[in-house]
Design a protein around this ligand. Structure first.
Ligand code: NAD
Length: 258
């Protein structure tokens, strides 16, 4: 399979930590020039050449940033819209602010970043846009109303963009991770019983790693995925596959060993 991405210019939003940092590392390992975007923080920017402060809620900033990247690197081949926030709470008591922020970052951020890079990709007649959705876009959890609704919106935005950009040779896809312990969710800090309850919802019954996600994105950006567009790729370790997958583990535990 041909996964040669060397020389591609890749933008990754929310790349200072978590899954985004691993995505940036994976593309760098493939020989890409990776521009990491995030809000300013203690550790960011770390490399002033390729780390750019950008709030995806800011139209003007995203437009200026895309123009700057195209001027400096000559093109924009891949945009990964990874930046996202999780505002948890029951809908009955959720404030307007948490709801609005969820949509502003998770959906508005994707919309604004896409608008910013589309002119360059249209001129090139090529490009890959890859959007972070979530399993919650398909099967939401109690207390995830704003997050789940915003991620479902990302999936539909992806499909519409895929059709609008097909004539320019630009593909647009979304992916749905399952449960990756990061600062966003604190899974790894939960009591063991709570962790086990979550792990019991997975066919593969282990936490997802940021690298599990990053490897899918390398594939999506490669020539091997040239005919994939408008899709939602499930990379949830089987969270969306069956009910009660732990039953298989009970049966496997009873099976004779060699
Ligand atoms: P994280 O909180 O560790 O990282 C998110 C990054 O986005 C941070 O660096 C943050 O500063 C940045 N960000 C937030 N708001 C921003 C803004 N306005 N402008 C620019 N950058 C901004 O989260 P993560 O767990 O690494 O999640 C990454 C993506 O994957 C998110 O879109 C999330 O919804 C999605 N996802 C995560 C999981 C999981 O289990 N961790 C599951 C499904 C989907």
């Amino acid at each position: 399979m041909q996964l040669d991405l060397s020389g591609k210019v890749v933008l990754v939003t929310g790349a200072a930590r978590g899954i985004g940092a691993a995505i940036a590392d994976a593309f760098r390992a493939e020989g890409c020039t990776v521009v990491r975007l995030d809000l300013a923080s203690d550790g960011f920017p770390a490399d002033p050449d390729v780390d750019l402060v950008c709030d995806v809620r800011d139209s003007e900033a995203t437009r200026a940033l895309a123009a700057d990247v195209e001027r400096r690197f000559g093109r924009i081949d891949v945009l990964v819209n990874n930046a996202g926030i999780l505002a948890e709470g029951l809908l009955e008591s959720m404030g307007d602010d948490a709801w609005d922020r969820s949509f502003d970052v998770n959906v508005g951020g994707v919309f604004r970043m896409c608008k910013a890079v589309i002119p360059a990709m249209q001129r090139q007649r090529s490009g890959r846009i890859i959007n972070a959705a979530s399993f919650a876009a398909i099967v939401p959890s109690v207390g995830s109303g704003a997050y789940a609704a915003s991620k479902a919106a990302v999936v539909q935005l992806t499909r519409v963009l895929a059709s609008e950009l097909g004539p320019y040779g630009i593909t647009v896809n979304a992916y749905a991770p399952g449960m990756v312990p990061t600062a966003m969710n604190g899974f790894a800090e939960m009591p063991q019983a709570a962790q086990d309850r979550l792990l019991d919802t997975l066919s593969l019954r282990r936490w997802e790693t940021p690298q599990d996600v990053a490897q899918l994105l390398v594939f999506l950006a490669s020539d091997a995925a040239a005919y994939l567009t408008g899709a939602l790729l499930d990379i949830s370790g089987g969270k969306l596959a069956t009910q009660m997958p732990q039953r298989a583990y009970e049966l496997a535990a009873e099976a004779p060993t060699a």
